[in-house]
Write a protein that binds this ligand. Structure first.
Ligand code: FE
Ligand code: FE
Ligand code: FE
Length: 174
């Protein structure tokens, strides 16, 4: 890898692989979610992700390269962690909290990748590619925000251990 162009192309392949892996994981996570809002958030992001793959394919067309992904060990590790949590959680609300946290880790990875790629597209004088990358960046940020709101509203509150709930009640009574 000699030039920024090479690095740009390599990173596009990395995130293309990641998006396709996410596309496979999201339906499973939606099925396993016990909170209807969490299931909806996962399902909504499937359509986003399909559009994101399309955008990446357009960028490959712009640079005259075939849209082939390249193994991203980060997403492999994150999806592996997510499946472990789904299998090991013995309580629905704990599983929801674990899946939500896993999904946010993925969004943060994507936000970092797309932020970098958009900046490199600017540097390489590819404003159209930069626009496409920023459109996806905004979707990933919006998804992250939605997950944060869900975490604050119900998921993590429901997953409080009973002792903690009891303790906070005790404090409240005083
Ligand atoms: Fe994505
Ligand atoms: Fe990667
Ligand atoms: Fe995403």
């Amino acid at each position: 890898m000699e030039t920024l162009e090479d690095l740009f192309e390599d990173t596009l392949r990395d995130i293309l692989y990641a998006e396709k892996k996410i596309l496979k994981a999201l339906p499973k996570m939606a099925r396993k979610a016990s909170s209807p809002d969490l299931a909806t958030a996962f399902k909504d992001h499937i359509a986003d992700t399909e559009g994101q793959v399309d955008r990446l394919e357009k960028i490959f067309e712009m640079i005259g390269k075939s849209p082939r992904g390249k193994t991203c060990p980060a997403i492999d590790g994150m999806t592996e962690e997510a499946s472990e949590i789904m299998q090991e959680a013995e309580d629905d609300t704990v599983r929801d909290a674990g899946m939500l946290a896993a999904a946010q880790a993925v969004e943060h990875y994507e936000i970092s990748r797309y932020g970098t790629l958009a900046a490199w597209a600017d540097k390489l004088g590819m404003p159209d590619a930069a626009d496409l990358l920023r459109a996806t960046l905004e979707e990933e940020k919006a998804t992250d925000l939605k997950l944060t709101e869900l975490a604050l509203s119900e998921i993590n509150v429901d997953a409080d251990p009973p002792e903690m709930k009891a303790a906070s009640k005790k404090t409240a009574r005083r």
